[in-house]
Design a protein. Sequence first.
Length: 206
Amino acid sequence: MPLPTRQEAEAFLEYVITSRNNSPCPFLPQWEKEFRAHSRTVAEIASTIAAKTAYLNPERAYLSGLLHDCGRIKDEKSENVFHGWTGYELMKSQGWNEIARISLTHCFLNKDFNPDLYPQAHQDLLRCKQIISQLDYDNYDKLLQLADMLNDRGKSCTLSYRCQSLAQRYPFQEDFLQAHMNAAEKLKQYFDEKCGCDIYTLLGIH
């Protein structure tokens, strides 16, 4: 399952941004800035953590992070879609199956998730659940889930900060957010052990 080169991935990220901006619901300037920053910083976080382990490929981690949110090529609300599913289909169309998988799995820290608890397009969420139910999360799935949670709109942050930000932007129930936080904490503990250090210290997060 091939991966894009760094140059191809960078070019594709620009394609996603251009396509969204040519759509009926383009990025606002601040949204575009945050999308770019989030994509690049998640890539850097994933690569840094991967390099600290003995078994993860930092370049694969970087490419997965850079393109993990390419489903934002469509606006979720106006087009009634879920960016995880949109990204999955988009990456599959490029033949980048490993990143297609990340487009889905980075969204769901709890594998046995309830689609009814998410505010996005229900049909897309059901499609996501059908595929994820057949997967066993591997270390790249877990890595990108953590990397995504350690960055909020381009700002590297604690897991608590990220969950508070999500709570402000989405109508998630309190018990759902607590379960999400608990799952994120377990991911951090997992990689603390794999890296032999505190991930916050490794990334300079205070």
